[in-house]
Structures are given as structure tokens and as C-alpha cells.
Write a protein that binds this ligand. Structure first.
Ligand SMILES: Cc1ncc(COP(=O)(O)O)c(C=O)c1O
Length: 497
């Protein structure tokens, strides 16, 4: 399969009319397809595809004739360039969340009034005390390389935070500060997984887990969970997939994309299974720990009896402190594993930005769980969640597990798959529903297949109440244009008079 993205070139089409789809690389040099009639500026595409890309599988030695540049900089008239990639990289999927966010941003920049609910980033400003600490660092010459693992001051503050808030005891040499939690997770995975290993990824999952596992050479083992069970991994499911190859289990609580939160007893039951497998380690992704709605409560997996030794705890500043652009996250792990991740970082990126580290220190000084400033943001997220949940539960054919944390909703819209669109066309799956909502209703969401659950769409409610209200009303209007298949309509939804 070859993923194709193209832009229609006829005059009618807007910048938003990007169609994409998969095609079988059947050796054809041309591919033709029509966009759906409901797409803005419906038009006909014809692509010419370079022969090398049509070979099945990942070409090991793809070569292409590269013409000499017109300015005559190259001595040769034409060179045969090897275009092959590392097979692990060639097989890597790019992040759909990023793709849709970028597309929605391009639409916005071209003057289209699109509401962007695709990105996973708080809409709040970074708290002032944090910004001031960053500015202070820049003005006071804290602009040099820091130690690879992060400044001792910051690592000590992280140890203090983990002790106070999470009941976890770490020493500064068991903390590795990185350019975001994404880097922390990638390094942890690459440090412990390799060819022949399996990593258990409960679905729905954060988009990057399986890709990071594949990049390490290990195999992701996706374990689907159910909306009816709040998308939580059941201990029996875990038992079933574990074997001597199992090296890693991912746990993300509160979860992106579902907002689900594991209760203490859920984690204890999982820990009891984990404890039986000496090779099994756990990545506990706790980046949303502070964005949680009581009575739900966050528990660190490493704090459970016997789990500290085998848990790689990841956290970061992006979400709770609205610091996505500062790029700061960390790994806390036993020295042996930490040192391996540290070594990777020392060869790949070195220490995180010195200015951000100072800002991170200020974030940790805001008080327990981020103090008042973070509590205010969480309060606002909660109001938005409550308002959206109410609206979504009232929509025909939409199923939802009420999220207990993070800032996402992950409703099941599958009863709309196969629906006819008023005016022509059908929406057949989450991708097409997302395209329809983006292009017809100007609301950007992410299709659930990116997270391993193709029945759902992810809605990020990191937007103002006004924007969210407008988005819901656009979605409602959009869904009214869809005539669901008889078989998709649950009779219980209908009110009989
Ligand atoms: C579950 C989860 N983990 C980790 C990250 C990475 O965060 P960052 O690299 O911004 O610290 C994200 C970001 O979206 C996330 O949602």
C-alpha cells in the first residue's frame, strides 16, 4: 500500500481540498480517482508516480535519475542516487494528529474559519512565573549546555516532586530530563526493546507508542479495550498476550485519547500479573496526571509494591503547565535503565534547553500539583468537559465513555459510517467522517484509527467555551446532513409516540 496525498489543481478547489487515500501499488504509473461530491471543489485527480515507488514492499536499493541542477553547480549531467531508507524508518507512519493539525492550521491561515480541535495542546498561556524564570535564564547567561541528564537543581526538584506527590523515591542520577516526554518515551523504548521483543500497547493508544516500538526493532502487540469498559485494560487480557518475548507494557493514565483513568485496584490487578513475568518492564506515561477530575485520582504505577524496579516513569511539563513549546519532559527509572537512556540522549541531542530547564524549575515551585495556577486550568477543562459530554450524549447514535482526565473526548461515531450525505456521497469510516466534518462543517477532529480504534473520533477540548459551543453546533448540523443506514440505527435511540 502506498499512502497518497494530493492537492487538486483546478481553479475551484480551495487549499482545504486535500484528498488522501491508499492505493494498491499494482505497477500502474497513473492513478485516477474522484473526490467525493461533498468535498469542496469536487474534482478529478491524476497522479504520475515514479516507478521506483511502485515496487512492492520497501525497496532495498531504490535508485532514481536525478537531473543536474539548472545552475550547473553539479559537475555531472545526471547522477544515479540511492533513495533507499532504513527499512524501519520507511515503515514508520507519520503522526495523523500532526497531519490534521497542520492541515487545519493551513486552512485557518488561508482565511477559512475552521475550529481546530485536533491538537493535543492546552490553549492557556504558560503561567507568568514560568515565563519570567525563562526570561531571567536567558538574560542571566544560563544559555550554555547543561549536563546531559539536566541541571542538578532541576533533577533534585523532580525527585522532590516525585516523593511528595507520587510517593516515589528517586535520586538525581535516576532522573533524565529531555526535550519533551516524547523523547523520554522514545529513549526508554529504544533502551530496553530490540528485535525479537514484544511491547504490549493497549488500544486506544497515544499515536507514537507503536511507532516507537517498531523503530526499536521490537513488535508492538496491540490489545483492544472496550468503550463499555471505559477503555481500560483488563488483567485477563494482559495475561493472555504475555509470553517470554514480552518486554514492555505501556500504561497511560489519564489517557490520551480516551481520558480514562485507572483506579488503584485496576493497577494493583495489573501489577499482580506483571510481577509474574521477570522480563516485563512498564512504561508509565503520567503526563496528564494533574489534569484529572475528582473523584478520579492519579496513582503512580511505580509506587505499587514490587513495581519500582521495573517501571520507567515518564512525565513532562507540556500539558499541566501549558508548556508544549518549551519542550521539557523527564524519565525516572532505576539507574541501570536510566543510564542506558542517558547514553542514547548523549549521542542524539544532549541536554534539554537550558532556558526551559530553568522555567521547569519555576513550574515545580508553583506548589503541590502545580498549585492554584494549575488548579484554575483544570477547573476550566472540567467545565468544558462537562458541557461537551452533555451535548455529545444527547446526539443521535453517538456513544461515549465519560473521560475522567486529560482534555480529550473519544466518542464512537460508527453508527454514521456508511451514511449517505445529503447532496451526494457517503461517509464510510472515521477518516471520511473527519474529512466531512472538516470540509463541510469546518471542525478539525482526529480519526480514531490513528489511536487504534477506528470507530471513534478524538475531540480535544483545549479551546475556549465559545469555540467549543460553536464546534458542537456545527457537528450537530453536519450530522443532520447524514442519512444513517437503517441497520446502524439503534431502535432504543428512537422515541415512540
Ligand atoms: C500521552 C502522551 N505522552 C507523551 C506526550 C509527549 O509530550 P511532550 O513531548 O510534549 O512532553 C504526549 C503529547 O501529546 C501525550 O499525549
Amino acid at each position: 500500500m502506498l499512502g497518497v496525498q494530493c492537492r487538486p489543481v483546478n481553479g475551484v478547489a480551495l487549499a482545504s481540498s486535500v484528498a488522501y487515500g491508499d492505493l494498491k501499488a499494482a505497477g500502474k504509473e497513473h492513478l485516477s480517482f474522484h473526490s467525493q461530491p461533498w468535498r469542496t471543489g469536487a474534482c478529478h485527480f491524476r497522479l504520475r508516480i515514479q516507478k521506483p515507488f511502485l515496487r512492492s514492499g520497501v525497496p532495498s536499493a531504490t535508485r532514481a535519475l536525478v537531473p543536474a541542477p539548472p545552475n550547473g553547480q553539479s559537475g555531472a549531467s545526471a547522477v544515479e542516487l540511492d533513495l533507499s531508507l532504513n527499512p524501519r524508518v520507511a515503515a514508520l507512519k507519520s503522526s495523523k494528529t500532526m497531519f490534521i493539525s497542520d492541515k487545519a492550521t493551513a486552512m485557518k491561515e488561508s482565511g477559512i474559519d475552521v475550529i481546530r480541535l485536533a491538537a493535543g495542546e492546552p490553549d492557556f498561556r504558560t503561567p507568568q512565573a514560568i515565563v519570567e524564570a525563562g526570561v531571567w535564564a536567558a538574560e542571566n547567561n544560563l544559555t550554555r549546555y547543561t549536563p546531559n541528564a539536566g541541571t542538578l537543581e532541576l533533577r533534585k526538584a523532580i525527585c522532590h516532586k516525585l516523593q511528595e506527590e507520587n510517593g516515589l523515591t528517586y535520586q538525581p542520577d535516576e532522573i533524565l530530563v529531555s526535550n519533551g516526554a516524547k523523547q523520554s518515551i522514545a529513549q526508554a523504548v529504544i533502551a530496553v526493546c530490540g528485535p525479537g521483543d514484544e511491547a504490549i500497547v493497549p488500544a486506544p493508544f497515544w499515536v507514537s507508542y507503536p511507532e516507537m516500538v517498531s523503530l526499536s526493532g521490537a513488535t508492538p502487540v496491540i490489545v483492544p479495550t472496550l468503550l463499555e469498559e471505559d477503555f481500560l485494560l483488563k488483567p485477563e487480557q494482559l495475561s493472555e498476550v504475555l509470553n517470554e518475548k514480552s518486554r514492555l507494557l505501556f500504561l497511560c493514565s489519564p489517557s490520551n485519547p480516551t481520558g480514562s483513568v485507572y483506579k488503584l485496584e485496576d493497577l494493583e490487578a495489573i501489577a499482580a500479573i506483571v510481577a509474574k513475568h521477570p522480563r516485563l518492564l512498564v512504561v508509565a506515561d503520567e503526563i496528564y496526571e494533574h489534569i484529572i477530575y475528582s473523584p478520579a485520582k492519579h496513582y503512580s504505577f511505580a509506587a505499587l509494591p514490587g513495581m519500582w524496579e521495573r517501571t520507567l516513569t515518564v512525565n513532562g511539563f507540556s500539558k499541566a503547565f501549558a508548556m508544549t513549546g518549551w519542550r521539557l519532559g523527564y524519565l525516572a527509572a532505576p539507574k541501570h535503565f536510566l543510564a542506558a537512556a542517558n547514553k542514547i540522549q548523549s549521542q542524539m541531542t544532549s541536554g534539554a534547553c537550558s532556558i526551559s530547564q530553568r522555567a521547569g524549575l519555576a513550574a515545580l515551585n508553583l506548589g503541590y500539583a502545580g498549585g492554584e495556577v494549575v488548579a484554575e486550568m483544570v477547573k476550566a477543562f472540567r467545565q468544558r468537559r462537562d458541557a461537551l459530554v452533555k451535548k455529545l450524549l444527547a446526539m443521535d447514535g453517538v456513544k461515549l465513555s465519560v473521560p475522567q482526565g486529560a482534555f480529550y473526548l473519544f466518542p464512537d461515531f460508527s453508527s454514521y459510517f456508511g451514511a449517505e450525505v445529503q447532496g451526494g456521497g457517503t461517509v464510510n469510516n472515521a477518516n471520511e467522517l473527519c474529512e466531512f466534518l472538516l470540509e463541510k462543517c469546518l471542525v478539525a477532529l482526529v480519526p480514531g484509527d490513528a489511536f487504534g480504534e477506528p470507530k471513534c473520533l478524538r475531540i480535544s477540548y483545549a479551546a475556549s467555551v465559545e469555540e467549543l459551543e460553536e464546534a458542537v453546533s456545527r457537528i450537530e448540523k453536519g450530522l443532520k446532513l447524514l442519512k444513517r443506514k437503517e441497520s446502524a440505527i439503534d431502535r432504543k435511540e428512537m422515541i415512540w409516540i
